[in-house]
Design a protein around this ligand. Structure first.
Ligand code: WT7
Length: 643
């Protein structure tokens, strides 16, 4: 427990969607509880017969026999219910252009896009890759795919051509949707060029590239390219949604694993939508008639999928979609948007909050933020200092903060306070939400409840939004998540502990995966990018604690041809940083690169990243007795103090 905790006010509790009785209901009848949520939050064209089929564990089937159309649930049913004039999206462009899109407008746009994709030969089951900036077409494209039952694979707009190529090939996408460019801090950055580089070659599975005109930038044009406006705008705005099986694939989203090859996390329809809508209601406390909700995540990450597209739209919420960055054209841009649209619920990442803290509290103080009533945090642990700053300077000293723990794999929020029920403990995600069960295990795989003892977080029951596997690799799915502690437990990969009050504190990844500004990156992936540079012989990468980004990438490289420590120019370091940015993404760019002559290795040849991490975090170097050559760390250390 920290020195202060925060109970909900009675006014907040009285209006909250998430109530204490949900815990009892879920406890009493787990499957019945989820069946109730599925019927409450989702409209089924055929009701399901069985809530859960776990007979083929760990491959779950939820809401068996049920049929639904996800896009119908996110759009049409709100229009049918008489809410067509409600604003679905207040779009705020990076350069200040805006669009107001009602649910009726959204229905037409999604229908036209679905008709266009059909004309291009996209059928139920075909995969479509989406590589777009944060513009309305991104949401429309995702919903059009969902409407057709064509699983989308959204690729974050900051990823490189190589990342697109491997993801497109792995999913065998037939169509890629991109834009002519993207706005970035007052400049136009290329976007389509990366797609061009990724889909060239005889063997590419891509038949069409659909290009949204966003910036007017010149683009190279190929035979398979089509302008979005030329293909979509002429389509009929009527389209009948086809019901899909509850387990029909909705999307694939790639995330880093401990090997260099990203995992295509597979999510399906009925269970995923149920959990996204349910959590958006009980955790964010969205009241669609009165709230203006804003999730700042990019659609390229799971947060954008679940809490910008599927959850809030299924609930019929009004939301802000923002294309730009918080500091352009000034560091108060977010707060200007909150004031302008009277945002009442804001969901963002600790790294952004820490950046705002650094810029100073006088910046948000210039704006009227009194509309805010709920704040959320996601992606990494939020340190209590940032938590308190967030509540004080953004939440008017009174807004509850929901610190939500979940993963690409879980599809939706798993551990979080309920803002009308939980007494908030800054820095802790606290308890599993109703319907979710977690434990912390020791090294032997035994659950424990002692306070302050560090163990491994596991989930002990299937849940509706859970991944249904890794695209094309069932074995890797079982190995990665269901083997470390046996097939009874889903191993999340996070370290965790309880405090004396039974709150869960998440302690970061226990495997070789880093979390940079809420984005998951694997050490192996960055190492292999470094080694792909012609001057690098070997590389070790660690994620070191960083005030601003949570963790930062530190790389240690051995150059080819005996380039020794000390005489290395800045040029090579800068070149390697740029190389990683190009190979993976600017997010993966190392904060520090140190050229060394040896790396600390065990006798079996495994790099001891733990020691490098100690060094990068400025700690006493831990036990190095298993090193082949214990002088290696002294070398590296003395060199570090020189630089
Ligand atoms: C990993 C999942 C969840 C969507 C964005 C990231 C870390 C996430 C929290 C939190 C502490 C958190 C975990 C998790 N994480 N939320 N509230 N407190 N850690 O999705 O890329 O799949 O990463 O992010 O380490 O395993 P992701």
């Amino acid at each position: 427990m920290t020195d202060q905790s925060y109970a909900p006010t009675s006014e907040f509790a009285a209006q909250a969607n998430g109530t204490a009785d949900l815990f009892d209901a879920a406890e009493k009848d787990f499957e019945g509880f989820w069946a109730d949520q599925a019927r409450k939050y989702v409209t089924w064209s055929t009701d399901f017969e069985q809530p859960l089929d776990w007979s083929d564990a760990p491959f779950a089937k939820w809401f068996v026999g049920g049929q639904l159309n996800v896009a119908y649930n996110c759009v049409d049913r709100h229009v049918e219910a008489g809410n067509g004039e409600r604003v679905a999206i207040h779009f705020e462009g990076a350069e200040g252009d805006t669009q107001t899109i009602t649910y009726a407008d959204l229905q037409k746009r999604v229908a036209q896009a679905a008709n266009a994709l059909t004309e291009l030969g996209v059928n139920k089951g075909d995969r479509v890759a989406i590589y777009l900036p944060m513009i309305p077409e991104a949401v429309v494209a995702m919903l059009a795919c969902a409407r057709l039952g064509a699983p989308h694979s959204v690729i974050f707009g900051g990823f490189s051509a190589d990342a697109i190529r491997s993801r497109v090939a792995d999913a065998q996408a037939r169509v890629v949707i991109t834009a002519d460019g993207q706005h970035r801090k007052g400049k136009v950055a290329p976007l389509k060029a990366a797609v061009d580089a990724a889909v060239t070659g005889e063997d590419s599975c891509v038949e069409h590239v659909l290009v949204v005109q966003r910036t007017g930038a010149d683009v190279e044009w190929h035979e398979h390219d089509l302008w979005w406006h030329e293909v979509v705008d002429k389509q009929s705005d009527q389209h009948t949604p086809e019901p899909m099986d509850s387990e029909h694939p909705l999307f694939i989203l790639y995330t880093s694993g401990t090997t260099g090859k990203p995992k295509g996390i597979l999510h399906t329809s009925g269970g995923y939508l149920t959990q996204a809508a349910y959590t958006n209601s009980i955790v964010h406390d969205v009241h669609p008639e009165s709230d203006v909700y804003w999730c700042t995540a990019d659609i390229g990450w799971v947060t954008g999928h679940s809490y910008l597209v599927y959850g809030p739209l299924a609930n019929g919420a009004t939301q802000v979609v923002f294309e730009g960055t918080p500091d352009h054209p000034h560091q108060g841009r977010w707060w200007e948007i909150v004031e302008k649209y009277k945002v009442s619920i804001l969901y963002t990442a600790p790294t952004a909050i820490r950046a705002c803290m650094k810029w100073g509290q006088e910046i948000p103080a210039k704006f009227d933020l009194s509309s805010i009533r709920v704040l959320g945090s996601v992606g990494e642990p939020i340190n209590p200092e940032a938590w308190r700053w967030y509540r004080e300077h953004i939440g008017g000293g009174s807004a509850p903060i929901v610190d939500t723990w979940w993963q690409t794999e879980t599809g939706g929020i798993m551990i979080s306070p309920l803002p009308g029920v939980t007494t908030l403990e800054p820095g802790s995600a606290q308890r599993p939400i109703p319907g979710i069960s977690a434990e912390i295990l020791d090294d032997m795989g035994e659950p424990f409840t002692e306070a302050e003892k560090v163990g491994y977080l596991v989930l002990t029951k299937p849940w509706p939004g859970m991944l249904r596997g890794i695209w094309g690799d069932n074995e890797r799915y079982k190995d990665t998540y269901w083997s470390r502690f046996g097939e009874k437990y889903y191993f999340a990969g996070d370290g965790a502990k309880y405090d004396a009050d039974g709150n869960i504190w998440l302690l970061g990844r226990v495997d070789d995966v880093m979390n940079i500004s809420g984005h998951r990156l694997s050490t192996a992936e960055i190492e292999s990018a470094l080694v792909s540079h012609h001057q690098v012989a070997e590389a070790a990468v660690v994620g070191a604690a960083d005030d601003m980004t949570g963790q930062a990438v530190w790389a240690f490289v051995i150059l080819r041809e005996g380039a020794s420590q000390g005489e290395v120019s800045d040029d090579i370091v800068n070149e390697l940083k740029a190389h990683v940015a190009k190979e993976i993404s600017p997010i993966a760019k190392p904060k520090s690169i140190m050229v060394v002559s040896e790396l600390p290795k065990t006798r079996s040849g495994k790099i001891m990243r733990r020691l490098l991490k100690d060094l990068a975090e400025g700690r006493e170097i831990g036990d190095s007795t298993t090193l082949t050559d214990s002088s290696v760390m002294d070398f590296i250390k003395s060199n570090l103090s020189k630089s």
